[in-house]
Design a protein around this ligand. Structure first.
Ligand SMILES: C[S@@+](CC[C@H](N)C(=O)[O-])C[C@H]1O[C@@H](n2cnc3c(N)ncnc32)[C@H](O)[C@@H]1O
Length: 235
């Protein structure tokens, strides 16, 4: 069985653009989903090749949806009728509605779109809610979070990267001893009343940071009590 690393490096169809370090990470995180009849959304289609690679890797996938703001992506033609493209700004309401019309929920969402901090943040807030329980949300090319032109900056507390760093505390909310709520934690990003319920209800299962990549896992059940039983075994 070919890995994503093999499939990407030997891609002969439409062009796909991924950094080498992403491929083994994808192979590791996607392996348990490989045979599933899943639904995948990738934001950022460009030349269209990555959708072909996902379709080859997930041979039982039900739907592979791409979204791109560039109207030229609307002319891309695929032999594989599981692949379709929605043209539009991922964070525009009509694009969101069109994507949901293709599928009301996805198992895997990959944001390889504009790489601008505000777009990454808005896309996550909009689309994490239609990630299925147990699903995976990936943001690619987060090196831009260090670049001024993409609203980034190492010490800036308002970047999408700073937003994701707070998830370390959300995941461990069950152990907080101070009289603080998750709403207080995110006050830089949301007025207290408008915090998305997936943050307060305990839908964030885990987060992984790599050079230029962020991976967020959605819990199977909404709960902050994630530690589970203490299992003391043996003599
Ligand atoms: C890095 S390319 C995608 C590469 C592709 N995923 C691959 O692996 O080969 C980024 C794409 O995101 C698109 N894009 C930029 N801003 C966007 C937005 N707001 N909504 C949807 N797509 C956007 C661009 O038009 C561009 O084609």
């Amino acid at each position: 069985m070919k890995t994503i690393n093999d499939l990407h490096r030997n891609q002969t169809g439409k062009s796909s653009d991924k950094w080498a370090s992403y491929l083994p990470v994808y192979d590791r995180i996607f392996l348990p989903y490989r045979d599933d009849s899943l639904r995948l959304l990738e934001v950022g289609v460009q030349n269209g090749g990555s959708l072909e690679v996902w379709a080859k890797y997930f041979s039982n996938a039900e739907k592979i949806v791409g979204c791109d703001i560039d109207p030229r992506c609307g002319s891309l033609v695929y032999d594989d009728n599981r692949i379709s493209i929605v043209v539009g700004d991922v964070n525009a309401e009509n694009t969101f509605n069109e994507i949901r019309a293709r599928s009301s929920a996805f198992d895997i969402i990959i944001d390889d779109g504009s790489h601008r901090s505000d777009d990454i943040f808005k896309a996550f807030v909009n689309y994490f809610q239609i990630l299925k329980p147990g699903g995976i949300y990936v943001v690619e090319d987060t090196h831009t979070m260090y670049w001024d032109d993409y609203q980034g900056g190492v010490l800036k507390q308002t970047t999408a990267h700073s937003f994701f760093k707070l998830f370390v505390d959300v995941i461990n909310y069950q152990h907080w001893q101070d009289d603080l709520s998750i709403k207080n934690l995110f006050v830089t990003f949301f007025p207290i009343k408008n915090i998305p319920s997936f943050l307060t209800e305990g839908w964030v299962e885990g987060i992984e940071f790599y050079n230029s990549m962020v991976i967020v896992r959605k819990s199977r059940l909404a709960s902050h009590a994630k530690l589970g039983e203490r299992l003391i075994v043996g003599g």
